[in-house]
Design a protein around this ligand. Structure first.
Ligand code: CA
Ligand code: CA
Ligand code: CA
Ligand code: CA
Length: 414
């Protein structure tokens, strides 16, 4: 259904805007995904860029050239209006269904809160796009009390309420809708009344709210009209506005005062779009990358700022004060300060210093001939005998018995 634009006094005086102050985000109670802070990264004033054909102005670009947009339609009342918006088509076909205006040089953004004011003299669909990848893939939030594109290819249908679509490769799926929430956006033939639309996108959770009572009055949870989770959400994309069948040569849809905030879920001062740990306030670009197995500073390397990069911190007995201790010997308990950890056969018994003067019976006889004092070396030769036969290898009782036998042999050969 089509309505005519008011023929006289088409617009009431502009609503006097409240002074910039507390961000509306803070007033949107109980954010479901924990968003409590955000950074305003962009706002735009269409009134400062009056153009008959607005596409191409300051980075804005129309998605469908046959339906131009303008900021000069109503003289001093300079919002952004579609000049025409006819026909149907399908997503990405270059028909009216694609009649959007994108901020092509802002962003791309993903984890955001996006607001804009909308006035609607028609009863057909109008809304906003975000996460825009191309004309066939984007998120679309709109309101209608008349004509609208359906799901799938976008064949025209009629509806009433709020709709949240995800259009992927030219096919729209319904993420959520709401036909019971108070509408009140459309004001066919009546005085201009701007409504504030807001969509938040945080970690795949999308929710959109409408304030139908005040263009600048902020939001609370009662104003949320659609809400959904999208586990396979798009990467960062552009934002824009969208109008369907509401041009009719009269510019029945108007937008103004877009604003974008980027969300900082963990309140570490770095917005989610730049934070590799969006729920961990110890992880952000510029953080010290300590030895914890985590890339704390989001540079792709892990633990590069740690004092001892070879220390894996998995040994509770390792105090990390000995630079010569590489923690790679599981048999080293690090409890003997005199142990230099260079002998893999070392059992770390107290008092064992692994040197040539070792008198431990468990010594492996690595000392040079004659340098060992245990008398049990394989290369030991009794100096008083003159026999050239070496003592059999081994130690303990066997070796002592061999020594006794050798003494008998020596005596008999004299
Ligand atoms: Ca953060
Ligand atoms: Ca973080
Ligand atoms: Ca790092
Ligand atoms: Ca680390």
């Amino acid at each position: 259904m089509r309505v005519s634009a008011p023929s006289s006094a088409p617009r009431s005086p502009r609503v006097r805007r409240a002074a910039a102050g507390t961000l509306a985000l803070a007033a949107l109670a109980a954010p479901p995904a924990g968003a409590t802070t955000a950074q305003l990264v962009w706002e735009y004033d269409f009134a400062a860029h009056v153009a008959e054909n607005f596409s191409g102005t300051d980075g804005w670009s129309g998605g469908y050239g046959a339906d131009p947009w303008t900021t000069a339609w109503f003289g001093e009342d300079r919002e952004l209006n579609p000049r025409s918006d006819e026909g149907g088509g399908s997503w990405g076909s270059g028909q009216a269904i694609d009649n959007h205006m994108l901020a092509t040089t802002r962003g791309p953004w993903r984890e955001l809160a996006y607001e804009i004011s909308l006035v609607q003299y028609d009863d057909d669909a109008a809304g906003i796009v975000f996460g825009y990848q191309n004309s066939s893939s984007f998120y679309l939030f709109f309101y209608t009390e008349g004509q609208m594109p359906g799901t799938g290819a976008g064949a025209e249908t009629e509806g009433r309420g709020y709709f949240l679509y995800k259009v992927t490769g030219g096919t729209a799926v319904l993420l959520d809708d709401n036909s019971t929430a108070r509408l009140g956006i459309s004001t066919p033939g009546g005085a201009a009344r701007y409504n504030r639309l807001r969509c938040e996108f945080e970690r795949g959770h999308i929710r959109c709210a409408v304030n139908t009572a005040s263009e600048t009055g902020g939001f609370d949870s009662s104003m949320v009209v659609v809400e959904a989770d999208d586990a396979s959400f798009f990467p960062a994309g552009r934002i824009g506005v969208w109008s369907y069948q509401s041009g009719s040569g009269q510019g029945l849809t108007g937008f103004r005062d877009p604003k974008v905030w980027l969300l900082d879920t963990d309140e570490d001062g770095v917005v989610n779009d730049a934070d590799c740990g969006i729920t961990d306030p110890t992880v952000y670009p510029g953080a010290e990358d300590v030895a914890d197995g985590v890339d704390n500073d989001c540079d792709g390397e892990t633990d590069e700022d740690a004092t001892d990069p070879g220390d894996d911190d998995t040994d509770p007995g390792d105090d990390d004060t000995d630079p010569g201790d590489d923690d790679t010997d599981p048999g080293d308990d690090d409890t003997d300060p005199g142990d230099d950890d260079t002998d893999p056969g070392d059992d770390d018994a107290a008092g064992d210093d692994d040197d040539a003067a070792d008198d431990d019976a468990a010594d492996d006889d690595a000392a040079p001939p004659g340098g060992d004092d245990d008398g049990l070396d394989p290369d030991f030769v009794p100096a008083a005998c003159g026999c050239s036969q070496p003592v059999p290898a081994g130690g303990g009782a066997g070796a002592l018995a061999a020594l006794a036998l050798l003494a008998v042999v020596c005596r008999r050969t004299r």
